[in-house]
Write a protein of this length. Structure first.
Lengths: 292, 326
């Protein structure tokens, strides 16, 4: 197989609050021979908040981000659901509205750029499953996760709205997503069936409405725990920040203990590939996870 | 000889009578379903052929009254619009029929929508205008002006978005997507005079737009594809455009991104929390900050990453900004 190569849109958390996501992403990419070319010019996607303040500015900045992948002739890979949705939404809007595209390009021209619409945008999860291939992943497993019951937590922005994601997430159904479940099984693990797998974590109101955020995440975590999950896994660092970092606050709000380890998707893959947990940044996870 | 292809489907149906049952239960009904049959056909068959006590709401039968909204395998649907064969493709041959919101169930598929209507009526969901009782000429708006509604006037008040919203589920104060969409619908109507009144209502903390969790459940749930969340974003924009944004944690949270991007390209996570919460408010985050620091999840200000070509970003921010805050 020809080596896969992508423009890597790193986003903000892998360089700050989720270093383990950066480490595990690079570790498994190396193991699979996937080349990730960092988009060093890229800025924050606005995290679904900046558009509330200034929608046009947010759109132009994301169009600029995509321009740099187009210049390199590469598909963008993201490692955060919200980065994925913000970039994909910008692309969707520009590709479906010539007038808007012209307005944005008039601005981009001021700095010598042009948005063309030639680059696709994919979350790393779908690059692995759809491009590298689920069977190819399974064939690389050295330490099957056979004794682990893993609750997949998909996160909103990778699966909704369906219209925006289209083929880039393999046309995943928002009411019955399967990619993470299939990945868990391919790694030799057991995927836990529970109602909250495609639900929200509440991250985006964490500051202004912490009670709401804690109740929403708490509901999902209790559901996973009641269905006997040993750990939850998520492709989104924002879900991870919520479910892992806020666990104490969530337990307090729920009035019961919601302790459960939360893995990033690439950490889970890395463990099954037999990569040293240190190289997957496992020590940064707040609720500790051990895998013999 | 069979005229139609049929598929055998088991329907697991939520049954509950608030007046007589202590707990809800599920009852199984199996039918051979033809390819054009919709969920409403199944509800009718259950009542007409199997159990006359089964209750559900129905009226127009072609997607305009909003009465027959229920959930199938947790997917909000309009019963009269949703083909069973399409649902089989997603969920297989067992379909679970439940009311929109089990907590509000009165009898079987029938829910108490009072909460929904309360929120709905709180946003002045009507045209506020001085229109003469006996006008001498027609009061017509142009196509362009009508387009500004972005089809929000197509909302049929089915309640699917409201009952799918996780923020509504845990916060009784939150107005929710349907009412917010309605506020947008009248706020962009050129004949209306109550835009600022409505913005005042939807700008409240805890009940207004700032409690949207951005999960896009409402966008998926809407049988008319109206994407309420996009209208909620536009209400956010109106609040800033009309200079009505209060200086609070929610507004600063949205604004803070711009400052950070201008300075670093990346979002400065620590600074965003400090700026949003203020110097005193930020203190409540100290316990988790210590936790994060111990686990190597906090960087120091001098370690802050920077994007390349920030001059470009700066130029675009100056050239493209459409609003100001404070």
């Amino acid at each position: 197989m020809e080596n896969l190569k992508y423009a890597f849109f790193v986003g903000c958390t892998p360089k700050q609050s989720t270093p383990e996501l950066m480490q595990s992403t690079l570790a498994i990419a190396q193991e699979f021979g996937i080349e990730l070319v960092e988009l060093v010019e890229a800025t924050c996607c606005g995290a679904s908040h900046m558009q509330d303040y200034d929608d046009f500015l947010s759109l132009v900045l994301n169009a600029r981000n995509i321009c740099y992948a187009e210049k390199r002739g590469l598909t963008i890979v993201t490692v955060c659901n919200t980065c994925q949705l913000n970039l994909a939404t910008a692309k969707y809007r520009l590709d479906h509205d010539e007038k808007l595209k012209k307005r944005v390009n008039d601005k981009l021209n001021e700095v010598g750029l042009e948005y063309k619409g030639t680059s696709q945008i994919k979350h790393f999860l779908y690059a692995l499953i759809d491009d590298y291939g689920i069977d190819a992943i399974a064939s690389r497993v050295k330490k099957p996760l056979k004794d682990l019951y893993i609750a997949p937590f998909y996160g909103c922005h990778n699966i909704r709205p369906k219209e925006v994601h289209g083929a880039s997430n393999g046309n995943e159904d928002p009411y019955k997503p399967t990619s993470l479940d299939r990945l868990i099984v391919a790694l030799g693990g057991n995927s836990v069936e529970y109602g909250h797998k495609n639900k929200c974590c509440g991250f985006h109101v964490e500051l202004q409405a912490p009670k709401t955020a804690n109740k929403i995440s708490g509901g999902a975590m209790l559901d996973a725990i009641e269905n006997r999950a040993d750990t939850m896994v998520t492709p989104c660092p924002l879900c991870h920040l919520r479910l892992d970092v806020q666990q104490k606050n969530i337990s307090k709000e729920m009035g019961e203990d919601v302790s459960i380890p939360i893995l990033h998707m690439p950490q889970m893959v890395g463990l099954a590939l037999g990569i040293d947990p240190d190289k997957l940044g496992i020590k940064h996870n707040i609720t500790k996870f051990t895998f013999a | 000889m069979k005229i139609y292809d049929t598929k055998k489907v088991n329907f697991k149906v939520f049954r509950y009578n608030k007046d007589t049952d202590r707990m809800p239960y599920y009852q199984n009904f199996s039918f051979d379903v033809a390819q054009d049959e919709v969920i409403l056909d199944i509800l009718n068959k259950i009542k007409w052929e199997r159990d006359g006590s089964f209750s559900y709401r129905r009226s127009c039968r072609h997607g305009i009254c909003g009465s027959c909204a229920i959930k199938v395998n947790n997917k909000p649907v309009l019963s009269c619009k949703e083909r069973v064969f399409d649902l089989i493709e997603i969920f297989g041959y067992e379909l679970v029929l439940e009311p929109q919101d089990m907590k509000s169930a009165i009898k079987d598929m029938v829910v108490d929508k009072e909460r929904f209507w309360q929120k709905y009526s709180s946003v002045k969901p009507f045209l506020v205008a001085n229109i003469e009782a006996h006008p001498k000429s027609k009061n017509i708006i142009s196509q362009e002006e009508a387009d500004r509604l972005e089809e929000a006037d197509y909302c049929i008040q089915c309640g699917n978005c409201f009952f799918a919203c996780p923020s509504v589920d845990v916060n009784g104060d939150y107005i929710g997507p349907a009412a917010l969409l309605k506020a947008f619908r009248f706020n962009v109507d050129v004949r209306d005079n109550a835009k600022r009144d409505r913005l005042d209502i939807v700008n409240q903390e805890s009940s207004g737009v700032w409690d949207c969790v951005k999960c896009y459940e409402c966008a998926e749930a809407c049988p008319k594809d109206l994407s309420p969340i996009d209208k909620i974003t536009k209400l956010h924009n109106q609040i800033f455009e009309e200079n009505m944004a209060k200086d609070n944690v929610a507004t600063r949270h949205a604004v803070g991104f711009k400052d950070s991007i201008a300075k670093h390209g990346f979002l400065d996570e620590g600074e965003l929390v400090r700026y949003s919460e203020g110097n005193i408010g930020v203190l409540k985050h100290v316990p988790e900050a210590i936790h994060m620091f111990k686990n190597g999840k906090l960087i120091m200000p001098w370690q802050m990453p920077k994007s390349q070509k920030l001059d470009e970003v700066d130029k675009l921010i100056k050239s493209c900004s459409t609003v100001k805050f404070k």
